[in-house]
Design a binder for this molecule. Structure first.
Ligand code: GL2
Length: 829
């Protein structure tokens, strides 16, 4: 070997992880990719240079993984989701590569600060809330558990809006997350698939003389792949998040242009590009908008065509498609996959109906995420037919065969047949997407035990009667990498120190080792220091962004989630108003000083939710400027609650509010993120709260309120909120104080929709649970005054939270639902 070659071999590789290699790569990227030198580089240039450095290292592992999976033709999970909320990538990727510390040192050597660099990162807000964030947690765990997986979705140009607060009102600002480029994605302009809309279906005779059916769409759109690598923690495996962007086919433009229809050409281009422009900002959506149906079909079709391409390349036939792929439908948004896969197999790959159905039904699995009737997707048949005429025919044929099966199973029960049909005939004809998803899937699951059992007895009851063996529960989980290690490094270090290892990050059950130290005064002291520091950091941030800096010595009582009446932010507010009155009347009352902190976006068209945000601010304005109560009571609102801001909140909270009406919140995942960070919960027996309370211990959880069963009973008896209002003086006076105009400069109209709704209809039974809530809050108040006791409970919450790791959830899916094994990739040859 020549001297030079020897020297090369000793040099750190281009993608080395040593300090020297990283430093050289950052400088190279700044120079060659950003075209800058350090003295003139902006924060955004520095961020990009560091991000490209990390990305190169991901790519090496990711490509190795892709090659390995291809060689083994590994069974692969295809997670189909209309939403992903991954949060900022940089620190999470550094953590997964194991270079956080070294990267921090390199940044310092280059005169930069990693904390400042991370602040400049825009997060991809490609989802609304829990459901989208769950998809991101599952991508993290799939890679960490070394399970081959592709996440398919839409590359929205505008994600969830940015929330700003103006005069106490939510104002939505367009989210331009791509304006500085996106170093994490790799565009694949050659990897595009055509997607049709509209037109008609017709018979034709093929070259063998067989009469077939085909679709002649009248609009074509292209889906272009954009790939983002998703690394596992501490492993070489890297999976793929493949998002589709819509574009107009080139030929379309030219055709129109040539006949002089310039406007037509441009219009067609715009229409095609509109498809992936914007995320619908409704969490648990109500509206049945045409563009949304188009988006759903668009991403589902691209994804299935991609899977078929890969399978044909690897196996040469589609006969064993279902052995290769486990498709997971994240709610009904991608349920069209069932019809589209049938169309592709039968019309385009000439498979028999029976074989195609066998493959489809053995490939798909369906997760339901909500029982709220208004969020169950249906589409008017007329709209469906106009956009997808051939799919409607296929859907009718699926339905015909399915209903025959129902008739044979339940003789003489036409009412049941009508209830189960894929078409709702009761109020205009509508396609029921949940029924389609159930009929076309091998497995159906809910996301917490209560939710899964309610599914079987309410909206999916008939399906459970028919196919009980298809029903499962997989309780949600969240990733400890992002929500502990990245969000709260001092807590992660303290835990590792106490346990003597960091293995809990991969095996969260090992957090139980903390239990033995829960009474240890040394640990308790350090635990409190970590919490207080996080509260200080949150206070500083709030001070900078809202002008109000809460006192970190007060109890931080946090409710952060989408604003929705069923989540009952207004129950929290009624309690605050009651406390305020109580303090005014009893200035010497013994009370723990508390700061109530809210965060969350309201759907732009959801009037009541927006008014609740206004009310939070209104109450805050009055209370925060009343010197009589200021030592004890304050209200803050964190604007623009998203993943990044969530990471500031979870470590800093003392108390987490999980107070939805029992039976309404399918699971909730914020509850888990708070508890991981040593936050105690006040909550109802709803969603995953029930399991969380069982895990952390009933003594370490503040339970209140009706059970789901009691709620049903109460509703059946006829719920009369006005009787509660008249019968409880404290409750009445809290509602009246809001109605009086005290919080609205004398305006008695502004909040009337809220107070009238509570008194006269109260669909989420706020008044019924008020008393129990208030009592439990008094207990919280007392308990917080005993720091050792409180800290012990806090430690035990973290110690016993292991079940709620998304690693556990994914391991359950792998075993119970997908029957898939890990495929570990080695880095070194
Ligand atoms: C949700 C549920 O409301 C929530 O309780 C659950 O934790 C998540 C994830 O399973 O799914 N359903 C839904 O439509 N959204 C949710 O957050 N948006």
């Amino acid at each position: 070997m020549s001297q030079a070659a020897k020297q090369d071999a000793n040099e750190p590789t281009r993608t080395g992880l040593s300090r020297g290699a990283l430093k050289r790569a950052v400088l190279d990227n700044l120079f060659y990719v950003m075209g800058r030198f350090p003295e003139v580089a902006s924060a955004s240039d520095r961020y990009s240079a560091v991000a490209y450095t990390v990305r190169d290292r991901l790519l090496e592992r990711w490509i190795r993984t892709a090659r390995y999976y291809k060689e083994r033709n590994s069974r692969t999970v295809c997670y189909l989701s209309a939403e992903y909320l991954p949060g900022p990538h940089l620190l999470n990727n550094m953590l997964n590569l194991g270079i956080t510390r070294t990267a921090g040192e390199v940044a310092r050597e280059l005169g930069a600060d990693l904390a400042e660099i991370r602040e400049t990162e825009e997060e991809p807000g490609l989802g609304n809330g829990g459901l989208g964030r769950l998809a991101a947690c599952y991508m993290d765990s799939l890679a960490t558990l070394q399970i081959p997986a592709i996440g398919y979705g839409i590359r929205y140009e505008f994600g969830i809006f940015d929330q700003v607060i103006v005069d106490g009102w939510q104002v939505e600002k367009g989210d331009t997350w791509l304006r500085n480029g996106n170093p994490w994605e790799i565009p694949r302009p050659k990897l595009t698939f055509p997607v049709g809309f509209g037109g008609r279906a017709e018979h034709y005779t093929d070259k063998h003389g067989v009469i077939r059916r085909r679709w002649l769409p009248d609009l074509m759109v292209n889906g272009v792949a954009y790939d983002t690598p998703i690394m596992g923690y501490g492993v070489t495996n890297g999976n793929l998040l493949r998002l589709w962007k819509s574009e107009a086919p080139e030929s379309f433009n030219f055709q129109a242009f040539n006949v002089g229809d310039y406007y037509g050409a441009v219009h067609a281009k715009i229409e095609a590009e509109t498809l992936s422009k914007v995320l619908y900002p409704n969490d648990e959506p109500v509206a049945g908008k045409e563009l949304r149906l188009k988006q759903q079909y668009f991403f589902v079709s691209c994804s299935l065509q991609d899977m078929i391409r890969l399978q044909l390349r690897n196996a040469g036939t589609l006969d064993r498609f279902h052995e290769k792929y486990a498709i997971q439908l994240n709610d009904t948004h991608p349920a069209l996959a069932i019809v589209e896969l049938m169309r592709l197999l039968v019309d385009e790959h000439f498979m028999s109906w029976e074989q195609a159905w066998e493959i489809t039904r053995n490939s798909c699995h369906f997760t339901n995420h909500t029982l709220l009737p208004e969020a169950l997707e249906t589409w008017p048949v007329a709209l469906f037919e106009r956009l997808l005429p051939r799919h409607l025919e296929i859907l009718y044929e699926i339905n015909r065969r399915f209903l025959d099966e129902v008739r044979v199973h339940f003789l003489n029960d036409e009412e049941r047949v009508a209830r189960m049909s894929l078409i709702d005939e009761s109020d205009g004809r509508k396609v029921r997407m949940a029924h389609l998803a159930a009929v076309g899937s091998r497995a159906i699951n809910g996301v917490a035990e209560l939710h899964s059992s309610l599914l079987k007895t309410t909206i999916m009851r008939d399906f459970h009667d028919l196919w009980p063996e298809r029903f499962h529960n997989v309780t949600n989980g969240v990733t400890p990498r992002r929500f502990m290690v990245v969000s709260n490094p001092p807590l992660a270090d303290l835990i590792s120190d106490t346990c003597g290892h960091a293995d809990w990050i991969r095996d969260m059950r090992r957090l139980r080792e903390l239990e033995a130290h829960a009474d240890d005064a040394g640990l308790q002291g350090r635990w409190r220091e970590v919490k207080t520091a996080a509260k200080g950091a949150l206070s500083d941030w709030l001070g900078q962004h809202t002008g109000f800096r809460p006192d970190p010595e007060t109890l931080f009582d946090v409710q952060a989630k989408r604003i929705h009446e069923y989540k009952r932010q207004h129950l929290n507010l009624l309690h605050i108003v009651w406390l305020y009155e109580h303090l005014k009347q009893n200035p010497n009352a013994e009370l723990t000083p508390r700061t109530f902190i809210f965060g969350g976006k309201a759907a732009p068209g959801y009037f009541m939710a927006k008014l609740i945000i206004r009310l939070i601010h209104a109450i805050g304005e009055v209370i925060n400027s009343d010197p009589q109560v200021n030592g004890f009571l304050r209200v803050a609102f964190m604007p623009d609650f998203n993943v990044k801001n969530g990471q500031r909140l979870y470590p800093a909270a003392d108390l987490s509010e999980q107070i939805s009406l029992a039976g309404k919140e399918a699971s909730g995942t914020g509850n888990m993120k708070f508890a991981m960070n040593g936050t105690l919960t006040i909550g109802t027996l709803d969603g995953a709260n029930i399991e969380l309370r069982d895990e952390v211990g009933h003594d370490n959880f503040y339970l209140f309120g009706m059970t789901a069963e009691e709620v049903q009973q109460r509703q059946a008896e006829g719920y009369r909120p006005w009787e509660l209002y008249h019968g409880d003086a404290q409750l009445r006076s809290a509602v009246d104080l809001i109605a009086s105009g005290l919080f609205s400069h004398g305006d008695t109209e502004l909040f009337r929709p809220i107070t009238e709704n509570l008194i006269h209809s109260d669909p989420f039974m706020v008044l019924a649970d008020f008393h129990a809530y208030q009592e439990r809050q008094q207990e919280v108040d007392r308990a917080y005054r005993d720091p050792n006791h409180w800290t012990r409970m806090s430690i035990l919450n973290t110690a016993r939270i292991g079940k709620f790791s998304s690693d556990r959830a994914i391991a359950e899916y792998a075993k119970k639902i997908w029957q898939i094994e890990p495929a570990p990739v080695e880095l070194a040859d």
